[in-house]
Design a protein around this ligand. Structure first.
Ligand code: KG4
Ligand code: ZN
Length: 348
């Protein structure tokens, strides 16, 4: 039995631990490393050191908030990749020690599979088949998910990830890191008609490209004679372009598969604007499942949830589990979507 799962996530700049008991979230602690703000981006070596200093206390806090002694934990799920090698290593070594010392099961989890499982924490009925759009600082993945653990890659980004584009444009606009939340907030005050940016690769297919859009914003910033006045309008124009591309491809994938559920995950899915636009576009076609923002940003609850799924299937990692910065998504196949089910007009 692996009913009480301790989740650990240290792939980037959040030190996080969570406890999941039979799939229910018992506690979640997320410590965001402030130190990177002054550098305008994550400094890997500083991230590793901060994880090392904070992780034991973060785990203790998660156990205390769950009201459980360490002895009550049956299994440990840890992000094994992808991410920053040194940062991942801190979590993996800690998880291995914790599991080994208590004779507990250990399972290594792919970070993006964690993001995929996040909405299933709050929505216990969520089940494949569905289309998933996973958008983070490092990835932009459009997946056909016929079953948990089986992922057909429909499209990904050819250059920058969606979150990366938000972060880079935020820097161009003189906003802080991370850029996504700052752009979303500022865009609310922006006039959508002032700047119209290109929607790269929107016309067909499932692939993404965001680096040209970033360059277009750069040119507009340079051409502006009053950045103070234009900043909110630029943020609005950029955000509208990115979200239009994301939602258009998501809709295309939903129509191609005939599924009636679409899942949004990853840090960019913290954007309530993205969730609202997707729901609007897919109204009458598919329901949109998206977790609360704190479960979409990097956190250990999603890792515990994905790990719990694999543990229940009898999967275990052994003591050779290693951190891998470029870990491939397990169960990933590349291919065209197959139309699975007839869709009726009232299937929501
Ligand atoms: O999943 P995540 O927390 O970390 C990675 O695995 O990369 O994603 C972080 C990304 C950052 O690029 C951040 O700017 C973006 O998610 N993000 C957002 C919003 N909140 C976070 N992007 C757009 N709108 C938001 N509200
Ligand atoms: Zn992430």
């Amino acid at each position: 039995m692996a009913d009480a799962v301790l989740g650990i996530e240290t792939s980037c700049d959040e030190t996080s631990a969570a406890v999941l008991v039979t799939g229910e979230l018992a506690s979640l602690v997320i410590l965001s490393q402030d130190i990177h703000k002054v550098f305008g981006g994550v400094v890997p070596e500083l991230a590793s050191r901060a994880h090392l200093a904070a992780l034991p206390a973060v785990v203790d806090r998660a156990l205390a908030e769950a009201g459980l002694a360490p002895s009550a934990i049956d299994a440990v799920a840890v992000t094994a990749g992808p991410g920053l090698a040194g940062a991942l290593l801190v979590g993996v070594v800690y998880a291995k020690s914790f599991a080994f010392a208590g004779g507990r099961a250990l399972i290594g989890v792919h970070h993006m599979e964690g993001h995929l499982f996040a909405p299933a924490i709050e929505d216990r009925d969520l089940a494949p088949p569905f289309v998933a759009l996973l958008v983070s600082g490092g990835h932009t993945l459009l997946l056909d998910v016929p079953a948990w653990g089986r992922y057909r890659l429909l499209g990904e980004t050819r250059d920058d990830a969606a979150g990366e584009a938000f972060d880079k444009v935020a820097t161009l606009l003189g906003l802080g890191y991370p850029g996504g939340p700052a752009i979303e907030k500022l865009a609310r005050e922006g006039d959508p008609t002032r700047f119209s940016f290109p929607r790269p690769m929107i016309a067909e297919g499932f692939e993404f490209s965001f680096s040209g859009l970033k360059t277009a914003v750069l040119h507009a910033v340079r051409a502006s004679d009053n950045l103070e006045r234009d900043r909110a309008h630029l943020a609005r124009g950029f955000q509208d372009a990115v979200l239009d591309v994301l939602v258009t491809k998501l809709e295309r994938a939903v129509r191609a598969t005939g599924y009636t559920t679409a899942v949004l995950g990853g840090g960019v899915a913290c954007s309530r604007t993205l969730a609202a636009r997707a729901a609007e576009r897919l109204a009458g076609v598919a329901r949109v499942a998206v977790a609360s923002p704190r479960l979409n940003a990097d956190n250990a609850a999603m890792i515990a949830r994905a790990g719990w799924h694999r543990l229940r299937l009898g999967e275990r990692s052994d003591w050779t589990l290693d951190a891998r910065a470029d870990l491939p998504l397990p169960g990933l196949e590349v291919g065209e979507p197959t139309h699975h089910a007839p869709r009726t007009t009232d299937s929501r």
